[in-house]
Design a binder for this molecule. Structure first.
Ligand SMILES: [Zn+2]
Length: 267
């Protein structure tokens, strides 16, 4: 039986997820000492999550001490008394030793909770390397899922090396939009760069919340890129846009940020 390196196994999990015909794509490889024990992808068995597809192929003693590579963070129970146990629970009960995750689930109700649940149950958890994470990120979801936000809200997103693009649409029905991009996350320095394809980003110096900004044009020096630190508020108003968006950086982590946004018509 051939022996694979960890990054080979990550790549093989990505090959599995590319077999999915529906989004989100999820691929799984289960291995022990670099040898492949089983693989699975979402949809291989209709309606069954990839982790379960792969786990079902193995006996309990094969699973014991194994490492599971999954391109997407395992799901958690979404409500009490759920009929089918979550994949996080399934992994915990299976006796595997380690789970290597591609990307955290951007779905706000799951985000990082599958990861945390595994850790709390003494499973070793690590992540795909940055380059492969980016590949997974780009292929897992339909573009609109991760990269589009509406109206106002708060979201935690990964900032990938090439920059994470977000389309801020005025509302679900009003399709006017402004493109922004987050890049160059430097968690050590507590900053991240905000770009706008249409230019014209202003820092609302001194403002501590959106209510403090009544007229965006009082703030000077519009630019196509601004470096934001925690709590700072930026106003993005591209030249021809009939609305603008306020952006506040709420928190910074090693690979992710949390930001808030609010759209306003330009009166
Ligand atoms: Zn699942």
């Amino acid at each position: 039986m051939k022996t694979y390196s960890k990054s080979d196994l990550m790549r093989l999990a990505i090959e599995e997820h590319l077999k999915c015909e529906e989004f989100p794509r999820v691929g799984v490889v289960i291995s022990k000492s670099g040898k492949i024990l089983a693989t699975g992808f979402r949809g291989e068995t209709k309606g069954v999550h990839a982790e379960r597809v792969a786990i079902r192929k193995l006996t309990k003693d094969k699973l014991y001490g194994a490492t599971v590579f999954t391109t997407l963070e395992p799901c958690i129970e979404l409500h009490e008394g759920q009929e089918v146990e979550s994949c996080a629970q399934l992994l915990i009960d299976s006796g595997v030793d380690e789970v290597v995750i591609g990307v955290l689930d951007p779905n706000g109700t799951i985000y990082s909770q599958g990861f945390r649940k595994l850790l709390e149950n003494n499973i070793n958890v690590s992540f795909f390397n940055r380059k492969l994470r980016q590949a997974v990120e780009e292929e897992t979801f339909e573009f609109g899922d991760v990269h589009k936000v509406y109206g106002c809200g708060k979201r935690r997103i990964p900032v990938v090396y090439s920059g994470t693009e977000i389309k801020v649409q005025f509302s679900q029905k009003d399709e006017r939009s402004i493109d922004i991009k987050w890049s160059t996350l430097q968690s050590i320095h507590g900053c991240v760069d905000l770009h706008s394809s249409g230019g014209a980003i202003r820092i609302a110096s001194g403002a501590r919340n959106f209510g403090d900004v009544s007229d965006p044009t009082v703030f000077r020096f519009p630019s196509h890129c601004e470096r934001l630190e925690k709590d700072m508020i930026a106003i993005v108003k591209p030249n021809n846009s009939t609305f603008y968006v306020l952006i506040q950086l709420i928190d910074i982590f090693e690979n992710d940020i949390i930001f808030k946004w609010e759209v306003r018509n330009d009166k």
